[in-house]
Ligand binder design. Structure first.
Ligand code: C5P
Length: 301
């Protein structure tokens, strides 16, 4: 008997991201924070496979990741079905590679991968236009809208206002090699923002200063990607999690590189020259953080 649901499964790539520049500029009345951030996706990420099914379900290759209704993939699917009135369903299989609690946007990217897959499954009669799709993504998480873009973007507001970088500035970022590394522990995003708020107002960078800094980098065609790196979420995170500054100082002193934390942490990264051998850096990371550390080489997309 022909099964109308027996079509090929859909597979969607869900990249990780790095905040190359992250200036939290103040707190909003709704409790969220305003930021100015340059974010780039990586060539490294999760894979989400979708098969048409009755209802929504999720399995994940990582037993540590909750595959219940709290998972952003299922929350995205439910929100998509509610917004589009699409009567279909989907069985999701998530091949998880991006660690959680890292500031790499893994969960947010999975949610957007689910939306992309459902847009295809649901077909043109139910698919959302770009604007409502971006609004739906923003409701799921501050980092979700950026994953609807393929190139490095400037993120403003709480993350929902996106603008492309000037072409020359984007060229200085795209394809750059990176080494991403995370200790065995993660940092919960609400905790990180809470610590920043507790140190206010000195912990924020005024918006005008953040914009001036970013514009200066964009306007200087000789400024390398390294000159952009900034993250004012580092001091509160480093005060509590001393393993982070301990390693980052060592990488600076002995590795001759300029490491940064991504987003609210705990993952950090360095930009690598094309001919750079990352082995000595990997050795310093393993030495400081042990075997439970996650280490991944990738490129900015
Ligand atoms: O939007 P998302 O679910 O990723 O946010 C998680 C938490 O991070 C929020 O509840 C808030 O505490 C904090 N956050 C913030 N300002 C942002 C993004 C996140 O305060 N722009």
């Amino acid at each position: 008997m022909h099964d109308a649901f027996a079509v090929d499964p859909l597979t969607v790539f869900a990249p990780a991201k790095l905040n190359l520049f992250l200036a939290v500029t103040g707190r909003r009345p709704d409790g969220f924070h305003e930021l100015v951030s340059v974010v780039a996706s990586l060539t490294f990420g999760d894979t989400l496979t979708v098969t048409p099914a009755e209802g929504f379900s999720l399995t994940c290759t990582d037993p540590e990741v909750p595959a219940d209704e709290s998972n952003l993939v299922l929350r995205a699917a439910r929100a998509f079905a509610a917004a589009t009135r699409w009567p279909g369903g989907a069985a999701f299989r998530l091949e998880k590679r991006v660690p959680a609690g890292a500031g790499l946007g893994g969960g947010s990217s999975d949610a957007v991968a689910a939306l992309r897959a459902l847009q295809t499954l649901a077909g043109p009669a139910h698919a959302l236009a770009p604007e409502p799709l971006a609004e739906l993504a923003a409701q799921l998480g501050s980092d979700c809208p950026l994953f609807l873009r393929g190139e490095p973007v400037v993120m403003r507001g709480r993350g929902e206002r996106l603008a492309p970088l000037p072409a020359d500035a984007a060229r200085r970022l795209r394809g750059r090699r990176v080494l991403v590394f995370k200790p065995g522990f993660g940092i919960p995003t609400p905790w990180a923002y809470g610590r920043l708020a507790a140190r206010a107002p000195g912990s924020y960078l005024p918006a005008a200063e953040a914009e001036a800094r970013l514009a200066a980098w964009c306007d200087d065609p000789t400024a390398p990607a390294e000159a952009l790196l900034f993250n004012n979420m580092e001091p509160p995170a480093f005060a509590k999690f001393v393993a982070l500054p301990t390693l980052l100082d060592r990488l600076r002193e002995r590795g001759g590189v300029e490491p940064r934390m991504s987003g609210s942490g705990s993952a950090c990264f360095v930009l690598l020259g094309d001919g750079t051998d990352p082995a000595p850096l990997r050795a310093l990371i393993r030495d400081a953080w042990g075997e439970s550390a996650f280490v991944q080489e990738s490129r900015l997309a």
